[in-house]
Design a protein around this ligand. Structure first.
Ligand code: SF4
Length: 245
């Protein structure tokens, strides 16, 4: 189950709780790497695969870690059991309704068309985050993935089982932001002469269509509060408090 955002940023062990659930996974351009548990875990895994950093990763902690309290031990055991037990009592997943299937198809279509353009270009992978080619490259798959998640989440929503804003709105918001950035990137590429108006026009049309469709299906998506990214004042206050300690 994804993190349940409540519009209040929270620090745990120095990391912002749930920040990576509604980000664009573009760590290279992210201002929160030092506060992201996922980034730290990934960096640790990468370091463990690098023989040069093995000694550092395997070094014993400076202070011995105290054993977890009994309640936490119990909770961890329950979570472990839930993960490993077959989900027999889970209702089968409902498919997305036919009226939403076109959105998913169009998102996949855009993804494929953008991918073809990118592979013909070859150099997009080596561009930095400020380059519009890198923006297209970063978001063409993310838009499709987030739309898929949002539509399936909506189809399978059970409002009585949650008391927090629905995950599908968060996913739709990330897709909408990716659509906006990709749209601007295509316009910039045309302006720079990297691609022609005729080439970019159908891709921009995909993005405009997708944006409008998402706004209709997820009217509350824009109001969804992504941990940290939509709470700059809360983050500043929290970090200032932490520094004072
Ligand atoms: S929150 Fe930032 S650092 Fe963490 S996974 Fe997302 S983009 Fe990467």
């Amino acid at each position: 189950m994804p993190f349940a955002p409540r519009g209040r940023v929270e620090l745990r062990n120095g990391f912002i709780v749930g920040i990576f659930n509604y980000c664009d996974r573009w760590c290279e351009a992210c201002p929160f790497t030092a506060r992201c548990r996922l980034f730290a875990d990934m960096a640790e895994i990468e370091a463990s695969l690098d023989p040069g950093l093995k000694a550092l990763v395997e070094a014993p902690p400076l202070e011995p870690t105290p054993p977890p309290p009994p309640w936490l031990e119990e909770l961890l055991q329950e979570m472990d059991k839930a993960i490993h037990e077959p989900a027999n009592n889970q209702p089968p997943e409902r498919p997305i309704p036919p009226e939403h299937a076109g959105i998913e198809r169009r998102a996949r279509g855009y993804c494929k068309r953008a991918y073809r353009w990118l592979t013909a270009l070859e150099s997009a992978a080596s561009c930095g985050p400020a380059d519009p080619r890198a923006v297209i490259s970063r978001f063409h798959t993310l838009i499709a993935a987030k739309i898929h998640r949002a539509l399936h989440g909506l189809a399978n929503d059970a409002p009585e089982d949650r008391d927090w804003p629905p995950d599908y709105d968060g996913s739709a918001k990330v897709a909408l932001l990716g659509i906006e950035r990709s749209h601007a990137a295509w316009l910039e590429l045309v302006q720079q002469g990297v691609t022609s108006d005729a080439h970019a026009a159908p891709l921009i049309a995909d993005l405009v269509w997708l944006g409008e469709a998402l706004e209709l299906v997820f009217p509350n998506a824009r109001a969804f509060v992504r941990p940290a990214f939509d709470e700059p004042d809360e983050v500043s206050r929290l970090l200032a408090r932490e520094r004072r300690r």
